[in-house]
Write a protein that binds this ligand. Structure first.
Ligand SMILES: O=P(O)(O)OC[C@H]1O[C@](O)(CO)[C@@H](O)[C@@H]1O
Length: 617
């Protein structure tokens, strides 16, 4: 690494300089130097059938209680003088991929730490996890932060790989924590980094290392989403960057733009971009996987759209796909799996095409040379294919063109020649200046991280609920990482179901959710009407500057609110459901409760114990 980490960016342009002056907002509970920590229910995990495996893998950190941070009151010792609050030593590492807003996590953490006790120290690990293993630090100060406030990228500290997993890596991380005498380590990243954070926390507890490990949900993919996490830092920013191509397409009326967006296992970015900008088509990985569409079925679906538009005299359009689409197509997934196994068996890349099964070899040969080369690239740290390097949009454009030529020859298509231009809006979106929402959210999460460490929490993630509401209504909390874990089962061999390692997995699009329903309602209008919408790139001031992701604002995320509602509901039910009440009254009461019992199970909420009282047979 030869980058000059933490150096002032003196050549900053006027917009960067102006953005550096933006002061992120804080909810009332974080406006003082301390908070009141309220402990809630003990947790199990979001995957009830995997709970046992998670409990076994995390014997010391499983089942911890939910925590909420509130504004201090007089009785909580909020008035403690600074000298009664010992200085805290914290390290922060960018583990996951860069995502707009990451710098503000460090800034928020720093401000909270200094407010807690000015003698506290914050170390940033230079070069991400590798810097953590090698104890390469930069002390974070006001001066260091000055030119990174509200800026994109992770260049304040840099990053390397999202992995703190092997025993060598875990032990190197622990040695660094001990050498720096850290009270806390903040790990910034997505599903992979936070799964590793949980493992590190467990190991440090088992080895009596005092360092508390906390995770912060930062990932542009938006796939770290569950009962506790409403969205991740960076997602809002990257979804506002595609509308310009729609206007370009309609202006000249001659190109189909095939746009690939980031989003590996889940299509959240593509769905949000579609709701923001109303492109003509969106092919989501989750839909393709559910319907088990083959590659040629996907191509025919696109061609049918092109043909329907041509009948209206339209020869342009915009099609969005997530980078993970390629893996959602069943035969492509099977091919990628075969390649992956050969990679794991250290088969030289040049020999892989000859060692796959005959049907996979035939599919491989059918694909254009550029895709063949990309499919053979070395794998990611989680053994998946390097999806960002596979030009799926070009593969689709190439096959759509061939199919349209075929349809023309057969007299089925009478429109103008199909013409495409391909884009991958990945990396440039990832490096964008963060939106106001991401600046605020990240800064708040940084503050929460400090309060988690001060409260002695380990193996937790900083969370904020009610994000769709104004900031003064945001609820600041911490949830155990193990509560977000699930266990994947893989069926291999006759009847065998080996159980995978517990981990936090990416959440796919909910095909029963409101955001998807909205898309389905609009799909045919999007396809034919060219009702393009321009969110206008990112707005920092004026109309649109406080806009939040549409998928965040329309989904009902308030699970904690559900619990409160359920408590009220149960009280009401108790008054109606009396011995001797009618069968119908009892049935109605039970069916209304069923939808919320899942939430209760996740949290092993005491109300669970009351549910059997109402069981009906
Ligand atoms: O920077 P890299 O290593 O090419 O990573 C690309 C990957 O990172 C992400 O941007 C974030 O996880 C993915 O969407 C993408 O596949």
């Amino acid at each position: 690494m030869n980058a000059d980490y933490g150096a002032p960016t003196e050549l900053a342009g006027p917009l960067q300089q102006r953005r550096a002056l933006y002061q992120p907002r804080l909810p009332p509970c974080l406006q003082g130097a301390t908070v009141r920590v309220e402990y809630g229910d003990a947790t199990t995990t979001i995957d009830p059938t995997g709970a046992h495996a998670v409990a076994q893998a995390f014997p010391r950190t499983y089942g911890q209680r939910l925590v909420t941070f509130l504004a201090p009151d007089d009785t909580a010792g909020a008035g403690k003088a600074v000298d009664e609050r010992p200085p805290i030593r914290v390290g922060v590492v960018f583990s996951g991929r860069q995502s707009p807003g990451g710098h503000n996590v460090v800034w928020g953490l720093h401000d909270a730490l200094k407010a807690y006790n000015p003698h506290s120290i914050l170390y940033g690990f230079i070069g991400g996890t590798e810097g953590l293993f090698a104890n390469k630090t930069l002390e974070i100060t006001d001066d260091v932060l000055a030119s990174y406030k509200n800026q994109g990228g992770f260049d304040l500290l840099g990053r390397s790989i999202d992995q703190i997993r092997s025993s060598k890596q875990v032990s190197a991380a622990m040695t660094t924590c001990q050498n720096l005498n850290l009270d806390g380590l903040v790990i910034v990243g997505g599903v992979t980094s936070n799964s590793d954070a949980a493992q590190l926390a467990e190991t440090l507890v088992q080895k009596n290392c005092k360092t508390k490990v906390v995770g912060v949900p930062v990932s542009l993919n938006g796939d770290l989403k569950n009962q506790f996490v409403e969205t991740t830092v960076g997602f809002d920013t990257v979804c506002k960057l595609i509308s310009n191509v729609c206007l370009d397409a309609i202006s000249a009326g001659k190109y189909y733009y095939f746009v690939r967006l980031m989003g590996r296992k889940a299509s959240h970015v593509a769905l949000e971009c579609a709701l923001q900008s109303h492109p003509n088509m969106l092919i989501m990985g989750e839909e393709v996987a559910l319907s088990k569409l083959t590659l040629m079925e996907v191509i025919n679906k696109i061609c049918d759209g092109v043909q329907a538009r041509a009948e209206l005299g339209k020869h342009h359009g915009v099609l969005l796909i997530p980078e993970g689409l390629i893996e959602s197509i069943p035969e492509m997934y099977a091919l990628i799996q075969e390649i992956s196994i050969l990679h794991n068996n250290n088969v030289p890349v040049t020999e892989i095409p000859t060692q796959v099964s005959p049907w996979a070899a035939a599919l491989f040969q059918f694909l254009p040379p550029f895709i063949r080369r990309e499919l053979l690239l070395h794998q990611e740290s989680d053994n998946s294919a390097q999806l960002s390097q596979i030009d799926t949009e070009q593969l689709l454009a190439h096959l759509v063109e061939a199919e349209m030529i075929k349809r023309t020859k057969e007299g089925r298509y009478k429109g103008k020649k199909f013409s495409s231009v391909c884009h991958f809006f990945g990396y440039q979106a990832r490096g964008s200046l963060p939106s106001n929402f991401d600046c605020d959210y990240a800064y708040v999460l940084g503050h929460i991280s400090l309060h988690m460490i001060a409260a002695g929490l380990t193996g937790y993630m900083a969370t904020v609920a009610n994000l769709k509401d104004p900031i003064h209504k945001w609820r600041c909390a911490a949830a155990p990482l193990t509560a977000m874990m699930s266990v994947r089962r893989h069926l291999r061999g006759p009847g065998a179901i080996p159980i995978g390692k517990p981990a936090i997995h990416p959440s796919p699009i909910d095909l029963k959710g409101k955001a998807y329903e909205l898309l389905r309602e609009k799909a045919s209008s999007f396809l034919l009407d060219d009702f393009y919408r321009t969110p206008g790139g990112i707005q920092f001031e004026g109309p649109g500057s406080d806009a939040k992701p549409i998928t965040l604002t329309i989904e009902d995320q308030d699970y904690m609110g559900d619990i409160e509602m359920l408590k009220l509901y149960l009280d009401k039910v108790k008054t109606i459901v009396k011995p001797g009440c009618s069968r119908d009254t009892l049935k109605a009461a039970i069916s209304s409760m069923i939808s919320v019992t899942h939430v209760l199970t996740v949290m092993s909420h005491p109300l669970n114990a009351e549910l059997p009282l109402y069981h009906f047979n």
